[in-house]
Design a protein around this ligand. Structure first.
Ligand code: ADE
Length: 248
């Protein structure tokens, strides 16, 4: 998998890509990432990348020419890459997008800055993504969030192949609670079933806690989650219980 990032602030990508899971995966060359400084495609002598908006008003707009040149150059190297524009106006990035984008050969992230990007740029991109209903000062952190979510799904990046499968949202539900030693801490005991060694019962408990948690925190996810008849019956029983009982 190839990630190309076109940005006016390449330095923002330095340390986040060096540490942890992504840092290790990059060292092992499980994916490649190249950061491109958009200013390199602006015209000398001043290398201007923005201009005032037609029609007046405040703020500056990113000019189309440097972006077009940057995209053409990067695309020539990776012709099958999908080009993604980071913008609060894009559709909201979700785990299912991470899963499908992880199957691409390459992704080119275009990071906006200033008030916006010349509208014509939108016709050259394959997709537009937002990471949530808030406005960042640029698309760089959005691109980093997406690279992280996608790269960890690339085979071999997570040490344990199973770890991504049980993720929250993987099957449309939030993940079950986790515990580690000690079995009792600050008066709180780890649920007995987890100490039992009975894998069938543990799996059942985890599924139910996952359902309980999703019902409590993100009931909206249940509309599109993959649920069995047993799951539905359990959710129904939770819905019938008093509020206090549901919150455990
Ligand atoms: N650029 C500014 N805000 C953004 C957001 N919420 N998502 C993606 N790109 C952005």
């Amino acid at each position: 998998m190839n990630f190309d990032i076109i940005t006016l602030f390449p330095a923002l990508f330095d340390s986040p890509l060096q540490a942890g899971v992504l840092g290790r995966a990059l060292e092992k060359q499980l994916f490649h990432i190249e950061i491109h400084n958009l200013r390199n495609w602006a015209d000398p002598p001043h290398f201007v990348v923005d201009d005032a908006p037609y029609g007046g008003g405040g703020g500056m707009v990113m000019k189309p020419e440097p972006i077009h040149r940057a995209m053409e150059t990067v695309r020539r190297k990776n012709p099958r890459s999908r080009v993604l524009l980071m913008t609060p106006q894009g559709r909201t990035f979700r785990q299912r997008d991470a899963i499908s984008l992880a199957r691409e050969e390459g992704l080119i992230f275009l990071c906006g800055r200033y008030e916006g990007i010349d509208e014509r740029v939108r016709s050259w991109v394959d997709d537009e993504f937002s990471i949530g209903d808030f406005v960042l000062s640029g698309g760089e952190f959005a691109a980093l969030v997406m690279v992280d979510a996608i790269a960890r799904l690339v085979p071999g990046v997570l040490g344990n192949e199973l770890s991504a499968g049980a993720d929250s949202f993987g099957d449309g539900l939030l993940e079950y609670p986790h515990f580690t030693r000690p079995a009792e801490f600050a008066g709180m005991r780890v649920p007995e079933v987890l100490l039992s060694g009975n894998h069938g019962q543990i799996a059942r408990w985890r599924r139910r806690e996952s359902l309980r948690r999703t019902l409590q925190r993100r009931p909206d996810l249940l509309d599109s989650a993959e649920l069995t008849g047993e799951d539905r019956a359990f959710l129904e029983s939770l819905r019938k219980r008093p509020e206090e009982d549901q919150r455990r």
